[in-house]
Each structure stands twice: as C-alpha cells, then as structure tokens.
Ligand binder design. Structure first.
Ligand code: GRF
Length: 183
C-alpha cells in the first residue's frame, strides 16, 4: 500500500472521488493553499488530515514548498496527486518528487492548457474536449501524458452540462490511473 498526498485548492470533487474509491493507497494528507476552500470540509468529513497553508505567509515559493516538503516527509508521502491545485509546482517539490507528481486537467492537452480550460473549449467551437492526466514538469500542463479521455460537446450543450460530464469522466479516469500507477 503506497502513501499519497493530494493537493487541492477548491471544490475537491476529485479529492472526494479518490478518497471514497477502493484504491491500493492511503491518503496521508490533503495539502490545501486556500484557507476556507470546500475541499477542507470534505477532508474533515472523511477523516483525512488536512494541512492548510497561506502562501503569502512565506517569503517565496521555495520557502513555501520547503514547509510542504517537511510535512510530506513526516507523513511519508510517496506520491503527489494534484486535484485542482491552482499553483505552479516549483523546483523544490519537483526535484524531491521527480516522476511522482501527477495532475489532472480538464481538456485534451496540448489543447487548452491553463485556467478555464472547459469554458475555453466550449466557446471555441470545437466538437470534442476531454480530460488529461499527466506527469507534472516545470511548465503549465505540459508534462508527459499518462491517459486521456474525450468528451463530446453536443449540439445545444450548456457550459454547466459539459462541466458536469467532464467531472464525471475525471473522477473515473483519475481513480483508474491512480490504481495503475500505484500497483
Ligand atoms: C478539475 O476540473 C481538474 O481537472 C482541474 O481543476 C478541477 C478541480 O475540480 N485541475 P475539483 O476541485 O476536484 O472538484
């Protein structure tokens, strides 16, 4: 059984999907950079220890990540899964967890990297978008791709309906990739 940490900044539906799935991993920690985020209440409800940081309390990214790294090591976390963590991973964490940081992104990368990927795809007129799971490198949503699944944009679709379908695919795909990586 591997020990993992999940990083999230917001709602936490992916966090909860992983936390309630039958996986061969123990979630040792939720790392959250947004005090008050919904994901924190989910962790509390599910009995998963959460550490909440305010990046502004640190002089720079390296100092912020050093603190996280200390906490990850104390928890013996072996992998990091990003699930809506809205911050670039810097060299401190990248070097310590080389090849062991994974991200989920709501588009078919390399299309629509960065923020608001679902609405960008929706308003661009493409007929298909989807979900990508990839290893994290120093860029924004640029690391080696592990898995992708397409989601059709239907005639008469709304952004809300598309978002809901994408999140459904995310939850399933993230769990199956996680199981595969940790087996
Ligand atoms: C997901 O769409 C994920 O792909 C993106 O951020 C969103 C997080 O959603 N990186 P949630 O917080 O897991 O509900």
């Amino acid at each position: 059984m591997k020990n993992i940490a999940i990083f999230a900044s917001g709602n936490g539906s992916n966090f909860e999907a992983i936390a309630t799935a039958n996986i061969n991993a123990k979630i040792k920690l939720l790392i959250c950079d947004k005090p008050g985020a919904t994901v924190i209440a989910r962790a509390e409800r599910l009995g998963i220890p959460a550490l909440i940081y305010n990046p502004k309390d640190y002089p720079n990214r390296a100092a912020y990540e050093e603190q996280i790294l200390t906490n990850l090591k104390d928890a013996e976390a072996e992998y990091i899964f990003l699930a809506g963590y809205m911050r670039i991973i810097g060299s401190t964490l990248l070097e310590a967890y080389e090849g062991r940081i994974i991200n989920i992104h709501p588009s078919l990368l390399p299309e629509f990297p960065g923020l608001d990927a679902i609405s960008k795809a929706f308003s661009s007129g493409v007929k298909q978008t989807g979900v990508t799971i990839h290893y994290v490198d120093a860029g924004v949503d640029t690391g080696p791709i592990i898995a992708q699944e397409a989601v059709d944009i239907l005639p008469g679709d709304t952004l809300e309906a598309l978002e809901a379908r994408i999140h459904q695919v995310e939850h399933k795909l993230y769990i199956s990739v996680l199981k595969e990586i940790l087996k």
